[in-house]
Design a binder for this molecule. Structure first.
Ligand SMILES: [Zn+2]
Ligand SMILES: [Zn+2]
Length: 259
């Protein structure tokens, strides 16, 4: 039996469609033992409509804590999905360290001024090889920052299905080694299936690299609506089992254990 958790979900506190309580029943239906909310927090950029306004941090945490107290059939965790910006590590740490979180997902959405998932036009006229390389480099920096417990969608740059021309295994190897060294987990993010890519992050061809480097893993839906909680998890667990994973990472007050 897999101990099922889903730590990557967005409610209406950021860009999800529904209030946090609406995610509980579908999560129980999906056979999950734990869920966690991970609203977008993007410091150092103008507030976009997909971000949580930082003034709502305390109401958000209080709301999820109350939900946790009043919910019996499933364990609820409090997280954030925080954008990584190189050179801002200290500021990010100072901001996050007083918060009573169970885990922090570190994600790279921005390359320069734009997000890589803003639309396929971001890629027009650019070298896919260079973009891929600089994206993975940035994710490596995020992993090495020691700010995060989980790295979100570690190859989001695949979102529109553009493929680099070179063998990517060495880049995935470098990423996996960096994650292991800095004790950070990766996620199999099933939401890629709902995007133009139509497959999970990371690229399933390189999951064995994460296994060989012994990087802790969790399976997350990145759900932005209740109907997607735990979506495609059977397939994700099957894939992980096939590659040789036998344990899932579980987080509590920023401490990880393997189940
Ligand atoms: Zn994200
Ligand atoms: Zn997300």
């Amino acid at each position: 039996m897999v101990y099922r958790t889903d730590y990557h979900m967005h409610s209406s506190y950021s860009d999800g469609r529904s209030a946090p309580e609406d995610y509980i029943a579908p999560a129980i239906m999906a056979g999950l033992s734990e869920i966690g909310f991970s609203e977008h927090l993007t410091l150092f950029k103008d507030l976009e409509d997909w971000n949580m306004n930082p003034v709502n941090i305390s109401p958000y945490i209080n709301n999820i804590e109350n939900l946790r107290k009043n919910t019996k059939n499933i364990i609820i965790k409090i997280g954030l999905e925080v954008d990584f910006f190189a050179g801002k590590e200290k500021e990010i740490r100072d901001y996050l360290s007083p918060l009573p979180l169970d885990y922090i997902i570190g994600s790279v959405h921005y390359l320069g001024e734009k997000t890589v998932d803003v639309g396929p036009e971001f890629y027009e006229g650019k070298s896919i090889d260079k973009l891929f390389e600089s994206y993975i480099d940035s994710v490596c920096e995020a992993a090495a920052s020691d700010l995060f417990d989980i790295i979100g969608h570690c190859d989001l740059i695949r979102i529109y299905g553009y493929k680099p021309s070179f063998d990517q295994e060495p880049l995935y190897r470098k990423l996996a080694k960096t994650m292991k060294k800095h004790n950070v987990a990766f996620e199999v993010n099933t939401n890629g299936r709902n995007r133009p890519l139509a497959d999970f992050y990371p690229d399933r061809r390189f999951l064995h690299v994460f296994k060989e480097e012994n990087v802790p893993v969790c399976v997350n839906s990145d759900a932005h609506m209740p109907s997607r909680v735990g979506q495609y998890f059977d397939e994700a667990y099957e894939l992980l089992r096939y590659v040789g994973f036998t344990e899932m990472a579980v987080f509590d007050k920023r401490v990880r254990r393997m189940v």
